[in-house]
Design a binder for this molecule. Structure first.
Ligand code: FAD
Length: 509
C-alpha cells in the first residue's frame, strides 16, 4: 500500500469529516481536484483529501493526527483559493477548506469599551463580501480597510496583509484586527492579540499560513458611509503623478480622500481596464483625444465617501482637493455610487469576464512593493521599457506609508517610510494567435521585471510572494526577519506541516 494512502487511513481513525478521499486507482473526487488548483491556474497540487471543518476542534484533531503520521502529512488552510502560485495547496496532504459550505459564522457587532471601537467576530473562512453584508445589516457598520475584490476569505487576506486604497490611512487589513483564534501547528487552539500570546498574533498576521489556521478574527468596524464620489484623473508626467499621490497620502484630517490608488496605461488606443465601469465600451475614451497616443499615461483614482446629510458640500470638498493636483486638464472622469457598489466593483467585472470565458484563464500575476526613492527608475525601466505597449491586464500603482503597518507582523516591506504597490494583474489567453497574450510571454516579462530590479539595485519585495527554494526566501525576508520567521516556525509549527504550498518549509519528523 502506498505510504501516503496508509497515512490517510490512519488519520481516518482520528477524524470523521474528511469529505473526499482520493485513493490510488480510484477516480478522483471533484473536491480534491478543485483544491489542486487556484486562481492563478498555473500550478496543480493534488491533495489526498479535503477537510471541511465544522469547528476549530476538527482542525485541531486533524493537525494532531497529521503530526503523528510518519512522515508528517502536509496541511494547508484554503480560503477562497485565490492565490496565484499554489500557496493554499497541500500536495499529497490535506486541504482544510475554510470557506464555502454556506453556513455563516458571525456574531452581531459589538461596541467595545475595551478597544474604544466597534468590532465583529467572524469565522476565518468568511468571505469579506459576507462580512460586509452582515455588518451593514447589523447596525449599518463596515470594516475600514479593504481589498479591491471582496470574494476573498478573511483568513486568506490576513495571511498576506489585505491592501487597497484605504491602507494609506487605516493601514492594511492586518492593522485592523484586534484578536484572533488560531489552531497552531501543534494542534493547540490559542486566542491571541497585541496583549495576549502576542508573538503568535504577530506571527500569523502576514504569516503566509505558516504558524496556524485562523478560525476567528475580531475585525474593527466604522459606521458605513452611504455614497462614494469616485474620480479618475490622468497624467502624462510620472513625477507629477507620484508627487500628487504622495502628497495625498500625507493628508489624514477631514480634508482628504478616503481611497487613493492609480494605474498605468501603456496600451495604445482604448483604455483597457477590466476593473472599470468608467471607460466602458459604450463610452470609449481615446487616449489620443487627450494627447497621450503612443505614450504611457498614469491614472490617479480617488474616492470621497459621504452621507446624504453632507451631500450639499461634497462637490466643493472634492473640487478643493483636486485644485491642488497637477493632472492633465479636462481629464477628470467622475461618477457617484452607493458605498457597497464601489467596494464590490471588481465583482461586476468578474461577471462580465466569466460570461466571456475569460475569468478562468491563467493569471501570471506579479505584485511588488517598490521603495518610493526608486519608483522613477522603475517607471523608466519597466512601464516605459520592458512592458512594450501591450499589458494584458491592469497595472496598479499606489503608495502607502510604513508607519501604518506593524513591524512585528510577518509581512516583509522595503526599508522606506513610503513604498508603492505595483501590481501586474495580467491574464493569459490560451490559444490566442497573439504571442504577447501567452502565459510564456507574460511569465518571461515577470522574470525580466524581477531581474531588472535586481540589476538596478531596487530593493523591491514581492507581495503575495512566490519564491523557489530556501535561499530565495531567506533573501526575501532579509537576515533579521528570516531569523524571527524561523524561530516562530519552530515554536508554533515544529513539524513544518502547515502551509507547504508556499514552499518555504517541508514537513519534518
Ligand atoms: P487562499 O488562496 O485560499 O489562501 C492564501 C494563503 O493563506 C495560503 O497560504 C493559505 O494556506 C492561507 N490561508 C487561507 N486561509 C487561512 C486561514 N484561515 N488561516 C491561516 N492561513 C490561511 N490582495 C490584496 O491585498 N488586495 C487586493 O486588492 C486584492 N485583490 C485581489 C483580486 C483578485 C481578483 C484576486 C484573485 C486576488 C486579490 N488579492 C488581493 C490577493 C488575495 O488577497 C490573496 O490571494 C488572498 O490570499 C486570497 O484569499 P483566499 O481566501 O483566496 O486565500
Amino acid at each position: 500500500m502506498p505510504s501516503a494512502t496508509h497515512n490517510l487511513l490512519l488519520l481516518l481513525l482520528f477524524i470523521h469529516r474528511l469529505i473526499s478521499i482520493s485513493t490510488v486507482g480510484l477516480s478522483l473526487p471533484s473536491q480534491t481536484l478543485s483544491a489542486a488548483v487556484d486562481f492563478g491556474a498555473t500550478t496543480h497540487s493534488l491533495p489526498l483529501a479535503v477537510l471541511r471543518p465544522s469547528s476549530p476542534s476538527d482542525i485541531a484533531s486533524l493537525i494532531r493526527s497529521a503530526r503523528l503520521s510518519s512522515p508528517p502529512l502536509p496541511i494547508s488552510a484554503r480560503g477562497h483559493g485565490h492565490s496565484i502560485n499554489g500557496q493554499a495547496g497541500a500536495r499529497g496532504g490535506i486541504v482544510v477548506a475554510m470557506s464555502g459550505g454556506g453556513r455563516r459564522r458571525m456574531s452581531p457587532p459589538v461596541n467595545s469599551r475595551e478597544f474604544g471601537k466597534t468590532y465583529v467576530d467572524v469565522w476565518g473562512g468568511e468571505l469579506w463580501i459576507d462580512v460586509l453584508n452582515w455588518t451593514l445589516a447589523n447596525g449599518g457598520l463596515a470594516p475600514r480597510s479593504w481589498t479591491d475584490y471582496l470574494y476573498l476569505s478573511v483568513g486568506g487576506t490576513l495571511s498576506n496583509a489585505g491592501i487597497s486604497g484605504q491602507a494609506f490611512h487605516y493601514g492594511p487589513q492586518i492593522s485592523n484586527v484586534f484578536e484572533l483564534d488560531v489552531v497552531t501547528g501543534k494542534g493547540e487552539l490559542v486566542t491571541c492579540s497585541q496583549d495576549e500570546n502576542s508573538e503568535l498574533f504577530h506571527a500569523v498576521l502576514g504569516g503566509l499560513g505558516q504558524f496556524g489556521i485562523i478560525t476567528r478574527a475580531r475585525i474593527a468596524l466604522e459606521p458605513a458611509p452611504e455614497r462614494v464620489r469616485w474620480i479618475r484623473v490622468l497624467y502624462s508626467n510620472f513625477s507629477s503623478f507620484t508627487r500628487d499621490q504622495e502628497q495625498l497620502i500625507s493628508l489624514h484630517g477631514q480634508q482628504r480622500f478616503d481611497y487613493i490608488e492609480g494605474f498605468v496605461i501603456v496600451d495604445e488606443g482604448l483604455i483597457n481596464n477590466w476593473r472599470s465601469s468608467f471607460f466602458s465600451p459604450s463610452n470609449p475614451v481615446k487616449i489620443s483625444s487627450i494627447g497621450g497616443g503612443g505614450r504611457v499615461l498614469y491614472c490617479l483614482e480617488l474616492t470621497k465617501n459621504y452621507h446624504h446629510t453632507s451631500a450639499d458640500s461634497i462637490d466643493e470638498e472634492v473640487e478643493g482637493l483636486l485644485r491642488e493636483l497637477d493632472f492633465i486638464p479636462a481629464s477628470v472622469f467622475t461618477t457617484d455610487l452607493p458605498y457597497v457598489d464601489f467596494l464590490d466593483r471588481v465583482h461586476k467585472s468578474e461577471l462580465k469576464l466569466r460570461a466571456k470565458g475569460l475569468w478562468e484563464v491563467p493569471h501570471p500575476w506579479l505584485n511588488l512593493f517598490v521603495p518610493a526613492s526608486r519608483i522613477e527608475d522603475f517607471d523608466r525601466g519597466v512601464f516605459r521599457g520592458i512592458l512594450g505597449n501591450n499589458t494584458s491586464g491592469p497595472i496598479l500603482i499606489y503608495p502607502m506609508n510604513q508607519h501604518r503597518w506593524d513591524e512585528r507582523s510577518s509581512v516583509v516591506l522595503p526599508e522606506e517610510e513610503i513604498f508603492y504597490l505595483v501590481g501586474f494583474l495580467r491574464s493569459a489567453v490560451p490559444g490566442s494567435d497573439d504571442r504577447t497574450k501567452s502565459l510564456e510571454y507574460l511569465s518571461d516579462q515577470n522574470r525580466q521585471i524581477l531581474k531588472f530590479c535586481e540589476s538596478a539595485g531596487i530593493d523591491a519585495k514581492q507581495y503575495l510572494p512566490s519564491h523557489r527554494g530556501r535561499s530565495e526566501w531567506r533573501r526575501h525576508f532579509g537576515p533579521d526577519k528570516w531569523e524571527t520567521f524561523q524561530r516562530r516556525k519552530a515554536e508554533f509549527d515544529p513539524s513544518c506541516i502547515l502551509g507547504t504550498g508556499q514552499g518555504i518549509f517541508h514537513p519534518s519528523s
